[in-house]
Design a protein around this ligand. Structure first.
Ligand SMILES: [Fe+2]
Length: 228
């Protein structure tokens, strides 16, 4: 995707978060110059990949398939004592073209996906079949705000503002913002997050995009901290 799309996506996300009175930690507003200036004190932030993460999952179709994420906190899986066994993110999805995070599951991570406001979150679920694909026979058992639900394979479930859904490992999930309901601010509260190894996509996807540099970097992404 283009750098101009990334810069714009972060600007839109910042505006939407501000509208909902959500303030990010200071590094959420740092430009590339701020990151360079604060290099000595940000080793842990960079290692744990906190900050902005804009991706089209390698589709080159950000409007339909992609997300603007901000990782607020994250532990370290290598830390055997796991002093911080959790992670938190914001996920901003445009409703204009029902922008989606494509079907994937996690091997390690359980996550609550939360509708923090602004739109309607739609989630589609399948169990993982023996062959690694989608199980189109078995119902999916899932909890929404600790209320047990049984869904048909591939059934869509809407999560309204304030509500959430708990996704366990090996459950395929895809989610998007419902058209006409506004730019969605979703949240994620999970076990430690490792986006380099713990996403298994149904269709071949890149977790991080190749970037075409058509303008200057405004806010660096989590996978770019080692570049400068
Ligand atoms: Fe996920």
């Amino acid at each position: 995707m283009k750098r101009s799309q990334i810069n714009n996506a972060i600007k839109v996300a910042m505006e939407r978060l501000a509208e909902y009175k959500i303030t990010l930690p200071c590094f959420g507003y740092w430009t590339k110059e701020n990151w360079i200036k604060n290099q000595d004190i940000t080793g842990t932030i960079r290692e744990r990949m906190l900050g902005w993460d804009v991706t089209d999952f390698g589709t080159d179709d950000f409007e339909h398939c992609g997300a603007t994420l901000f990782t607020v906190r994250n532990g370290d899986k290598q830390d055997k004592q796991l002093k911080m066994p959790y992670a938190e993110k914001y996920i901003i999805l445009s409703d204009e073209n029902e922008q989606e995070i494509p079907l994937h599951y996690h091997v390690y991570k359980s996550e609550d996906i939360i509708n923090r406001g602004g739109g309607v979150l739609v989630v589609q679920l399948f169990n993982k079949a023996e062959d690694g694909g989608l199980d189109k026979e078995r119902d999916v058992m899932v909890y929404t705000d600790c209320i047990k639900r049984v869904l048909k394979p591939g059934e869509l479930i809407e999560i309204q503002p304030g509500d959430s859904i708990t996704l366990e490992p090996y459950v395929y999930h895809r989610f998007y913002a419902k058209k006409g309901h506004g730019i969605l601010i979703a949240g994620e509260v999970s076990k430690v997050n490792d986006d380099n190894t713990d996403n298994v996509f149904y269709q071949p996807s890149e977790r991080f995009s190749n970037v075409e540099e058509d303008e200057e970097v405004t806010y660096p992404l989590v996978n770019e901290y080692n570049v400068f």
